[in-house]
Write a new protein. Structure first.
Length: 550
């Protein structure tokens, strides 16, 4: 009976082995099936952001019998390093048994996986997929790695200025940053021009209702000067170009943050800070700034007019002063669904008030032949400007296995309000001590909302070619009001200047799709693109009910 059972088992093993090699043509066992060294493992090693890991160590071991000690132990089968694309390949492996894969790199937690060939499916070339390495803080203890980005980077359609380490603009606003960016002009009132025209302002690649004064310099990582906008951008933004402000982002593991304070030479103070907490699949970030601004200077104007034999000399001197309080806050959550998908929800709030009071002394001398008269006076202006801005964003990003290939979808909403009041009082004393008094008042207010939904697909076909395409829709609504009054005496009432008043509202809708292709041939790079766009603009002067359409 025992003899029959052994004979049966031998026959079964022989049949199974015969079937196995019959399914794999070209394999010729020499000295047993374990010597069929035709197996091939390959894959790619990436970091947490999806970038290739270069020169990561890949080791393959197998547990088998040691002929010397007659005991099983781990034998190193192969060791290799990943190439410039993060890829590795190990061939001439036995398809029998299981292996252990070990991937290591300085500063990253090792990857340990058991890998085998699927003999039933006849798979002898096995793709191990994308292996993502996570940062290991314990390995970096006591090690400091420093890398600095160049101040200027050139793109095919933009110049990128990395200003995150600019000391001169710390504690200020985006206007202070622009003063250090070549090709951008900033006048004494903070107005920014690019190629002598006013550019569109973008934040993280999307239109914004924020002004440059409302964006803290400490939150800016880089500024992109898009002087030749591609088909990715609205047709209406191509005239003067686009200033795209890229905000700082932080996804360091664990708990991170900083806080700082400053005082400028005018006595203005600022307090700012940011923090982020990254645990497992959640990354929470928050940042804020409180700023008290003060500015001052001196102004002198001398003008001589000659009209029909009359000579008039006008002199005005003063020390204009201004101050204001500004607050900014931003917070959000990144949910790392898995290694390739991230969902982000974020919001921001900005507010400020800027009162100022200026006094100018006036002297006007008039000469007509031998006749001379002098008028002295004072001009006092009292102004107050307030604004608030609220914004929210919902975005999704999917990274493909191929580096830098991704698809994004996001929705952005922002709402802003502003109000201003400007009062100018002028008092004159003539040579006969007659007093003349005049006062003007201007009141303005406005509100705007903006909603943008966009999806973009980026595919770097290879190291020298890239394809981009996307869809975008945006709706903007704006209301503005400006009223002017004059007061002819101290006890009188304000008389409205209806000819100077205006109330205006408009709605602007843009729906578009685009595609671009770029290629680099040696030192020459070109880009082709196409865009289909539907734009609808409707504005109304509310006082006259006059409508403008485009």
């Amino acid at each position: 009976m025992k003899y029959s059972f052994k004979l049966l088992m031998i026959l079964v093993i022989s049949v199974v082995t015969g079937n196995l090699f019959a399914q794999m043509p070209g394999m010729r066992p020499a000295g047993g099936a374990q010597n069929a060294n035709v197996g091939h493992f390959y894959g790619k090693v990436l970091d947490e952001s999806g970038k290739p890991m270069v020169s990561a160590s890949v080791q393959l071991t197998q547990n088998k019998m040691d002929t010397a000690t007659k005991q099983k132990r781990d034998f190193i089968i192969a060791i290799t390093l990943t190439d410039g694309k993060g890829e590795f390949s190990i061939d001439q492996l036995s398809i029998m048994g299981s292996y252990q894969l070990l991937v290591t790199a300085v500063g990253y937690a090792p990857i340990i996986e058991k890998v085998t060939f699927n003999l039933k499916a006849g798979v002898i070339d096995k793709d191990l997929g994308n292996l993502k390495m996570k940062t290991d803080e314990t390995q970096l203890a006591g090690v400091t790695v420093t890398a600095n980005k160049g101040m200027l980077q050139m793109g095919i359609d933009r110049k990128i200025f990395n200003v995150d380490k600019s000391i001169s603009s710390a504690g200020g606003s985006a206007v202070d940053v622009m003063k250090n960016v070549p090709s951008v002009s900033v006048d004494i009132d903070g107005n920014v021009t690019l190629r002598n025209k006013t550019p569109q302002i973008f934040v993280d690649g999307r239109p914004t209702t924020l002004t440059l004064e409302q964006i803290p310099a400490d939150d800016i990582e880089s500024v992109e000067l898009i002087t030749n906008p591609s088909s990715k951008f609205d047709a209406s933004g191509g005239g003067a170009g686009i200033l795209n402000i890229v905000l700082k982002k932080n996804r360091k593991p664990g708990y991170n943050g900083n806080i700082s304070a400053g005082v400028d030479t005018k006595g203005g103070t600022s307090l700012r800070g940011n923090a982020n907490v990254k645990q497992n699949k959640i990354n929470f970030f928050v940042g804020g700034m409180v700023n008290n601004r003060r500015s001052g200077g001196s102004q002198s104007t001398i003008r001589t007019d000659y009209i029909d034999g009359t000579k008039t000399i006008f002199q005005q001197t003063g020390d204009p002063q201004s101050s204001g309080n500004f607050a900014y806050g931003r917070a959000g959550i990144d949910y790392l669904i898995d290694n390739r998908n991230t969902l982000t929800v974020s919001g921001s709030v900005v507010g400020g008030t800027f009162p100022n009071n200026n006094r100018f002394d006036i002297v006007r001398d008039t000469m007509i032949g031998d006749y001379f008269s002098r008028v002295t006076g004072v001009n006092i202006s009292d102004a107050n400007f307030k604004f608030n801005n609220y914004g929210g964003q919902l975005s999704f990003k999917h990274n493909f296995a191929k580096p830098n290939k991704n698809i994004t979808a996001d929705a952005n909403y922002s709402s802003s309000t502003n109000s201003n009041q400007f009062v100018t009082s002028t008092k004159y004393n003539t040579s006969g001590n007659d007093q003349l008094f005049g006062q003007q008042k201007s009141i303005g207010s406005g509100s705007s909302t903006s909603f943008t939904a966009q999806t973009d697909y980026v595919n770097p076909i290879n190291e020298r070619m890239k394809l981009e395409m996307g869809l975008r829709g945006s709706v903007r609504n704006n209301n503005s009001k400006n009223e002017n009054f004059i007061l002819t005496s101290k006890e009188g009432e304000y008389i409205p200047l209806t000819a100077l008043n205006s109330r205006y509202k408009y709605t602007d809708e843009v729906y578009a799709g685009y595609v671009t292709f770029s290629q680099k041939i040696k030192d020459f790079t070109y880009q082709l693109g196409g865009r289909v766009e539907s734009s609808n603009y409707r504005g109304t002067l509310l006082d006259s009910n006059q409508v403008f359409k485009n």
